[in-house]
Design a protein around this ligand. Structure first.
Ligand SMILES: C[S@@+](CC[C@H](N)C(=O)[O-])C[C@H]1O[C@@H](n2cnc3c(N)ncnc32)[C@H](O)[C@@H]1O
Length: 264
C-alpha cells in the first residue's frame, strides 16, 4: 500500500463523523452575525491573513464563507471588485453594512452554501475561504475553490482540530473530540496535483476576551451547539476555580494554505 491508495476525502469525512459535529444551520450563524460585526474587521487575525496575500495582477476577489467580510473588506480598496458568498443572509447584510460604513462601492454578496450549485458564481483572480472550510465534503469544496480562481487561492483551516479547548470539554463532562484538521486538506490537494504553500496564524482563543462568566458560557455553548443545565453547572464550577490564564485557554492556531492556479 502507498499513500496514493488513501482516499483522504473519505478519511476526513470519517473523522468528521467520529467528532459528532453536526452541520450548523444558516440560522445559527445568523444569530452570530451581530456579535461578529465589528470585531471581525482589522483584527490581528485579518491583519496576519492579509499580510500573507499576494494581490499582484489581481482585480477581483471571491470570499467563501465570508461572514461579516473579514478578508474581502480588508483588501477591497486594492481591488476593482470583491464578492462575498455565505449561506447566512445576516452575515451578508453585516458585510454590506460594513462596506457602506467604509465607503466601499465595489462589494457584491451572494447568498449561497458551499454545497449549492456554483455555476453562476463568478470566477475571480483571488479566491479566499477564511475559517470556513469545516464542510462535509472537503474534496468537493477544494475543487470548487480551485475552479473559481484565476490566479491564487488562500484558505485557513484549524490546526489540531479543537474549536473548544479539550480542558473545557472535559470539565463539563464531554468527550473532547477533534474535527479533521488541515493535514487532510494538504493531502487532498496533493491528490489533486496541487502542491500548496503552508503558513500558520496564531491567535488568542475565542474565550480569552470574554467579559464575564455569562459571556464565557455563551461562547462555550455556541462552540458546542448548546449546554444542558448540568453542563452549565460544571462549567460554572470550573470557571470559579480556574486561574485567569486557564480561563484564557490555549491559543487558536490556523494553517494558511495557499496555491497558485498555474502551479508556480
Ligand atoms: C467562522 S465564520 C468565518 C467568517 C469569516 N470568513 C472570518 O474568517 O471571519 C464561518 C462562516 O462560514 C459560513 N458558513 C458556514 N457553513 C457554510 C456553508 N455550508 N455554506 C456557506 N457558508 C457557510 C458562516 O455563515 C460564517 O459566516
Amino acid at each position: 500500500m502507498t499513500i496514493d491508495d488513501i482516499d483522504f476525502s473519505a478519511l476526513y469525512r470519517s473523522h468528521l463523523d467520529l467528532s459528532g459535529r453536526t452541520r450548523k444551520s444558516p440560522e445559527k450563524w445568523d444569530s452570530r452575525a451581530g456579535s461578529m460585526a465589528n470585531k471581525a474587521l482589522r483584527s490581528p487575525y485579518s491583519d496576519a491573513f492579509v499580510a500573507r496575500m499576494d494581490l499582484r495582477g489581481a482585480t477581483s476577489l471571491l470570499d467563501i464563507g465570508c461572514g461579516p467580510g473579514t478578508i474581502a473588506l480588508a483588501v477591497a480598496d486594492q481591488l476593482e471588485r470583491v464578492v462575498g458568498l455565505d449561506y447566512s443572509q445576516a452575515m451578508l447584510d453585516v458585510m454590506q453594512a460594513n462596506a457602506s460604513r467604509e465607503g466601499l462601492t465595489n462589494v457584491q454578496t451572494i447568498h449561497r452554501a458551499w454545497e449549492d450549485d456554483w455555476d453562476d458564481v463568478p470566477e475571480c483572480d483571488i479566491v479566499v475561504a477564511s475559517r470556513s472550510t469545516t464542510v462535509e465534503d472537503i474534496g468537493a469544496a477544494l475543487a470548487k475553490l480551485h475552479a473559481k480562481a484565476r490566479k491564487r487561492v488562500y484558505l485557513t483551516h484549524i490546526v489540531g482540530g479543537y474549536f473548544t479547548d479539550p480542558v473545557i470539554s472535559r470539565a463539563i463532562g464531554r468527550r473532547a473530540a477533534s474535527v479533521p484538521d488541515y493535514i487532510y486538506l494538504i493531502n487532498v490537494l496533493h491528490a489533486m496535483g496541487i502542491h500548496p504553500r503552508l503558513d500558520y496564524i496564531t491567535n488568542e482563543s475565542r474565550l480569552a476576551d470574554a467579559r464575564d462568566y455569562d459571556d464565557f458560557a455563551y461562547r462555550v455553548a455556541w462552540a458546542m451547539g448548546s449546554l444542558d443545565p448540568d453542563e452549565h453547572e460544571r462549567l460554572r464550577a470550573w470557571y470559579d476555580r480556574a486561574t485567569p490564564a486557564e480561563r484564557k485557554g490555549t491559543p487558536m492556531r490556523w494553517a494558511l494554505v495557499s496555491w497558485e492556479k498555474d502551479g508556480e
